[in-house]
Design a protein around this ligand. Structure first.
Ligand code: NAP
Length: 245
């Protein structure tokens, strides 16, 4: 995938799937800005490891408008504009609906869905001016499947898929493409919370027989950011080992 000279912003890039995305994009020639919430050390370490020049990390909380403005302003200043945005930052706060507090519901929706909306708004004007851009939102296989104990997370991801289609329609005439990637179960901190027994049961249900890796997701994201996908918009690309067929 050739991403040479593409300037891409990735939210939550220091670990997990985000880290896989940042690393692959840099390998493919992109200049990448990525975010951390509070501890800069892992991001600064990652910056040193990335191939190529001109990458940066910025502190950002995707729930906070002022923090978003500041983070994107820094990235725009360093990169001189943006060709891509990956809305990767996300959290889970699992609980059965009966026991879930309004706060647990709201925290997850604010980070995953509102955060994706706010970060997208932050780049749209400059992408409209340049009449090009590709935005990739991270959904999840559970947006379609549903998942007991995750009604907040599933609502946020189903919301992201609907928002992706609506914004794709709004932005198509400006040549800005907006797609989503829906991972299945991927080995990261997010799934590390599952017990070995739960992981074994999940692997049994995956036709390809194992959890995916951050790199599996990164390749799909890189494709949607690249010029090989210029006729694709408003789609949700499933990357789940055949989990939900
Ligand atoms: P992860 O390892 O838990 O990492 C989450 C990332 O989100 C971290 O980089 C974190 O930043 C960032 N983040 C959390 N809250 C934030 C906030 N308020 N503002 C800015 N950044 C914030 O998760 P992951 O497994 O890599 O998941 C990445 C994305 O893929 C998420 O959207 C997730 O829903 C989706 N996904 C994951 C799986 C899976 O199986 N792992 C499956 C389907 C979908 P810090 O490092 O600073 O905390």
């Amino acid at each position: 995938m050739n991403l040479k000279d593409k300037r891409v912003f990735v939210t939550g890039g220091a670990r997990g799937i985000g880290r896989g995305i940042v690393t692959l994009l840099a390998k493919e020639g992109a200049r990448v800005a990525f975010t951390y919430t509070s501890n800069p050390a892992p991001s600064e370490e990652l910056l040193k490891e990335l191939p190529g020049d001109g990458h940066l990390c910025v502190k950002m909380d995707v729930r906070d408008g002022a923090s978003i403005q500041e983070g994107f302003a820094k990235a725009m200043e360093t990169l001189g504009g943006l060709d891509g945005l990956v809305n990767n930052a996300g959290i889970t706060k699992d609980q059965l609906a009966l026991r879930m507090s309004a706060e647990e519901f709201k925290d997850v929706v604010d980070t995953n869905l509102l955060g994706t909306f706010l970060c997208t708004k932050a780049v749209l004007k400059s992408m409209m001016k340049q009449r090009s851009g590709s935005i990739v939102n991270l959904s999840s296989v559970v947006a379609q499947m549903g998942n007991p104990g995750q009604c907040n997370y599933v609502a946020s991801k189903a919301g992201i898929e609907g928002m992706t289609r609506s914004m794709a329609l709004e932005m198509a005439s400006r040549k800005i493409r907006i797609n989503a990637v829906a991972p299945g179960f991927i080995a990261t901190d997010m799934t590390e919370k599952l017990s070995d027994d739960q992981k074994a049961k999940i692997s049994e249900r995956i036709p390809l027989g194992e959890l995916g890796s951050p790199e599996d997701i990164a390749h799909a994201v890189a494709f949607l950011l690249s010029d090989q996908s210029t006729y694709i918009t408003g789609q949700v690309l499933q990357v789940n080992g055949g989990l939900y067929l």
